[in-house]
Structure formats: C-alpha cells, structure tokens
Design a protein around this ligand. Structure first.
Ligand code: TPP
Ligand code: MG
Length: 556
C-alpha cells in the first residue's frame, strides 16, 4: 500500500492490523486531521471488514464505543480529530478505566512542529487521558521515507486494551490512547484491505481454591457476570447479587439483601465475602466489606481492585473445594430471603366475584379489576414492568438515577443480560451507551430489544445521543424515562437535611420543563407517554422496530 499520502497508507495499515486482531466495530466523528482514518474506515466498512458508526459529538461517540465494547468484550476504536474533539472522549475513557472496558482512543493530531506554536486546533494531546489508560502512545508522524512506522502498533494496542500487556492489572481491560499525528497531504486515494482475525485472549489464571470452613457470602457487584452465580451454587453460599451484576438469577439469590446484611444473626455473622465486580448500590455491602474481621476475596474485573478493609486478596478466578455445604448457614439466609421477597405482580382477578350471582359482588370485582389496570405507575412498578418485559435475547441498561437503586431493592432473580456504567456511576452517556449496546447486540440480524431505564436528568444530559445517522440501521431500543421533573435522588440524601427548600430545589433537584415528546420528534424517535400499569405493559411488550422513548411521569 503506497499512495500519494503517507497518512492514508499508515491509517489503512493500522486499521487492517486492528481488524486482524479482532476489532469489528469503529466509531467515527468527522474532522479534517483524522481524514485518513475516516476514509480508510469507510473503505473497510464497504468491504464488510468493519462496522462503522458515525456520531458527530465525540462525547457521544466515546460512550457509543463504550457500549459496543461492553457488549462484545472486544476493543472498539473511536476516531476523532485534534483539539477539543479529543477532550470529549475523557468521560467515556474514565468510565471504561473504572469498569474495565477495552476502548481504543484514536486521536488525530498536528505533527510535533505545529504544537505549542499557536497553530490552529493544536493542543497538548499526548498524555491527555492521564492515568486512565493502559497504554498511551504519541506515534511517529508517517512520512514517505520512514516506511511502516506504525507496524505492530495496532496489535500492541489491542493487547493492552484487553489487559494482556502494559501497565496495571493483568487480565483487566481498559482504554488505550493512540495519538496519531499527520502531516499534509492528509489523504489520498489508496487501496485498503484487511483480513478479519480473532482477538487475542488471556490464558485463564488457575483459580484460587477456597476452603469451606468459613461462613461465606458471594457478593456480585456491577459486571460480575454469571461466574458469581456459579461459585455461589458450587459453594452453597448465599448470593447477594446487585441488579446490575448479571448474576441475579438462580436459587440462591438473596431477596431484600440490605435488611438481611444489617441483621446481626445473618450479615453480622459473615466471616468471608467473595466479591465479583464492583458493588456500588448499597451502604450495607460497603459496610460488610469494610469490617476488619471479614476476609474479602475480590475477583478482578475493573480498574481498581475492591479492597475497602485494606486486607482483601485480589484474585483472577476462584473455585471451591469439594465437600458438603453449610446447610444451616445457607438455610438461615434462604428463609429470611423468602420472607423478604417482594411481589409486585398485579393481584389476580377475583374470579368468584366476577362470576358471582350477586350483582353487588360482581360490580365490586369489576371495579377492583379496573382499579388495578388504571393504577398509576410508581418507581417500583416501573422497574418491575421493565424487568418482566426483558428476556435473555434482550439487553437491559440502567442509568445512575434513583431507579437503579429501587430496581436493586425490589426485583427478583432473572437471567437477563444487564449493563450499567457503574465504574463511576455518572449520569452522562447513558443513552449513547445503551445505543452502543443495542447496535452491537443486534448486529448480523440478531434478535432482541435493548431497554434503557433512567431518570429525566440522566436522559436530558445525553439528549445529543438521540441524533442517529439516517443511513445506519435503526436500533431496536426503548429508552424508558422515569420523569419526576428533576433529580429526586437528592431528596433522600444528606443535603436534604442541610439545604433550604429553595436551595435544594434550584441547586440539586434542578427542575426542568423540557418536553420529551418534542425532543423525540426533533430527533425522529417514536414517543409514548404512559402512566398506568396496563399502558406501560402494552408499550413494553409491543413489537419494537426502531428507537422509541417511553416517558413515565413519576411523582416527586
Ligand atoms: C456526570 C454526573 N454529574 C452529576 C452527577 C450527580 N448526580 C447523581 S444522580 C443525579 C440526578 C439524577 O436525576 P435523574 O436522572 O432525574 O434521576 P432521579 O434522581 O430523579 O431518579 C445527579 C445530578 C453524576 N452522577 N454524574
Ligand atoms: Mg428525575
């Protein structure tokens, strides 16, 4: 591959190497300095070696790439031009670092001679992402006489993003920054080919084998995945699985775990906790893990090893020795769990009443039936309806609003794929992340609907993500917005006790009057507003053919 532009040749070579190392999706934002990468991406999309997703806002592009990478586990490059464009990738990079998601931040740059001399759109891009990267390379400028200066860079980047080499925890994925300087001519016509290869994989670490003596619980935080359920099953240990863990299923799930962890005879007697993923949704789990006498075994998943009591053992994998389970310990938890489980299903119709010979009895049964159908949706019913409508071929994405905590408290076990940006629990990028998950899970004709469940502020924060290119496949997604007119999470936090009502409102609740229906119309999304249980169920279970917003008004 040699053209009139070393930039184009190097870009084509780099992308071909990424594709050879498993990369299948790339997110692209427009810009001039990055044109060689953009044009090579488009050529590779045409030959079906790559799926390209174009987003004009780099912050949205970053979170879209994060969503795709969360879903596929394969590094996703996000390509942008120089200047503030690159800075917009920082929030997604921070989240990816803390959640252990492989991202490749490909920022085009001015060549070194144009940095620091007042040239247009030139800034200090090398090292821009600070400590949030597994590898950070300020690449050489491709030039006619230097040959393939970037050979090997793509492979190293993929390996580092997957945690196979480079700085930090091994086996834990994260972002990689390739700062790619280009000199003019910034592009020229060139042939671009690539042979798709498989992503390198980590040789699994030998599991640490746990003995059985201690009174143990398995705690599954964000992104724990099914391994947590498997260990709980093997050990006969209660499974405390956050709703965002991907492990809230099976017979050993503990319902209403927060109260049971506070209970001296249950939570108070825990001797060992095996933690998968990143628990963030309850004080009670944090309190158990902080107790100095509790032995904590943390299975690595994201940026930081979980270690609140300062003496956790971080391991790559765990299993348990053969032997009988501690029936008494498990039984105590399961009995308490059964008593704490919440049934939010609509009461069964009163058949006797409906068919009674007595007119008054019939009327009252009909009235009860109508009341149930017309019942206004509250947060618990909303979380329950979305959970019930979601199946293994679907995806569920929780935002960092109050709803995820409510869902965590009331929902039972169900084996559905769940995602949430709990690395830093930001309210940013939720819609873009969900869209990334939708496009990745629906690639190559796969079935299923992606549902996002979030609050109004989290939704409005990422309204720009609603802008989808007309020439890309329309993802099947339902963005379900619980709209209580602002951030009501603060009503239940410490600040509500110290702030005046006026300050709490203006500075924390931050009321808005945004019209979601108009917003949906502006971006070409279908829109429904539903406030009763029956209308909600209907909206959630009707066929989905494209992007939809479902607004559910909630009382403050
Ligand atoms: C990027 C970012 N900014 C600010 C916050 C702090 N924060 C947490 S929840 C929240 C309000 C969320 O409001 P909404 O999505 O409407 O959910 P609600 O609390 O009303 O359920 C804010 C501002 C955050 N987590 N992330
Ligand atoms: Mg709200």
């Amino acid at each position: 591959m040699t053209s009139a532009s070393p930039a184009s040749d190097a870009a084509a070579e780099l992308l071909a190497e990424l594709i050879g190392n498993g990369v299948r999706d790339l997110v692209l934002s427009p810009g001039s300095r990055s044109q060689a990468l953009a044009l090579a991406s488009m050529a590779l999309a045409r030959s079906r070696a790559l799926r390209v997703h174009v987003r004009i806002d780099e912050r949205v592009a970053g979170f879209t790439a994060l969503g795709i990478a969360r879903e596929t586990g394969v590094p996703v490059p996000v390509v942008c031009t120089s200047g503030t464009a690159a800075g917009n990738l920082l929030p997604a990079a921070m989240e990816a670092y803390h959640a252990g998601v492989p991202l490749l931040l490909l920022t085009a740059d001015r060549p070194p001679e144009l940095r620091g001399v007042g040239a247009n759109q030139a800034t200090m891009q090398p090292g821009l992402f600070g400590s949030f990267t597994r590898m950070d390379v300020d690449a050489e400028v491709p030039s006619a006489d230097s040959g393939s200066v970037w050979a090997g860079l793509g492979e190293r980047a993929v390996r580092a993003a997957l945690g196979l080499e480079g700085e930090g925890l091994t086996g834990v994925a994260g972002p990689v920054h390739l700062n790619l300087p280009f000199r003019e001519p910034l592009s020229a016509a060139t042939a671009v080919t690539a042979s798709p290869g498989a992503a390198p994989s980590l040789v699994p670490e030998a599991p640490t084998v746990l003995d059985r003596g201690l009174r143990t619980v398995v705690i599954a935080g964000a992104d724990a995945g099914p391994d947590a359920e498997e260990l709980s099953h093997q050990g006969g240990w209660p499974l405390i699985a956050e709703v965002v863990s991907g492990a809230r299923f099976g017979r050993l799930v503990v319902h209403g775990y927060r109260a049971l962890l506070r209970d001296e005879s249950l939570g108070g007697r825990i001797e060992r906790a095996v933690v998968f993923g990143h628990p963030t949704l309850s004080r009670e789990v944090a309190a158990v893990l902080a107790r100095p006498e509790v032995e904590v075994i943390a299975v690595r998943r994201g940026g930081d090893a979980v270690n609140p009591n300062g003496r956790a053992q971080s391991v790559g994998a765990v299993s348990v020795e053969r032997g009988p389970a501690d029936r008494q310990w498990l039984g105590a938890w399961m009995n308490a769990s059964a008593a704490a489980s919440v049934d939010l299903s609509a009461p069964a119709p009163d058949q006797d009443g409906l068919y009674s010979a007595d007119k008054a009895a019939r009327l009252s049964a009909v009235r009860a039936e109508l009341d149930a159908v017309r019942a206004k949706v509250d947060r618990e019913l909303l979380a329950d309806a979305v959970w019930r409508a979601t199946w293994p071929h679907d995806r569920l994405v929780f935002g960092s609003s109050r709803l995820v905590r409510i869902a965590d408290q009331v929902l039972g076990g169900k084996k559905v794929p769940v995602h949430a940006n709990r690395g830093l629990a930001g309210i940013d990028g939720t819609v873009a992340t969900a869209l990334g998950i939708a496009v990745a899970s629906q690639a190559e004709g796969a079935a299923g609907v992606t549902r996002g469940l979030l609050g109004d502020l989290a939704f409005l924060h990422d309204a720009g993500a609603l802008l989808l290119p007309p020439d890309e496949a329309r993802p099947r997604i339902q963005v379900v917005v619980g709209n209580d007119g602002g951030g009501t999470i603060f009503d239940g936090l410490e600040v509500a006790g110290s702030a005046s009502a006026e300050d709490l409102d203006r500075a924390f609740y931050t009321p808005h009057t945004a019209n979601l229906r108009d917003l949906a119309a502006a971006y070409g999304w279908d829109f429904m507003q539903v406030s009763t249980r029956s209308a909600l169920d209907q909206a959630l279970t009707s066929p989905v053919t494209g992007p939809q917003i479902i607004e559910v008004p909630l009382a403050r």
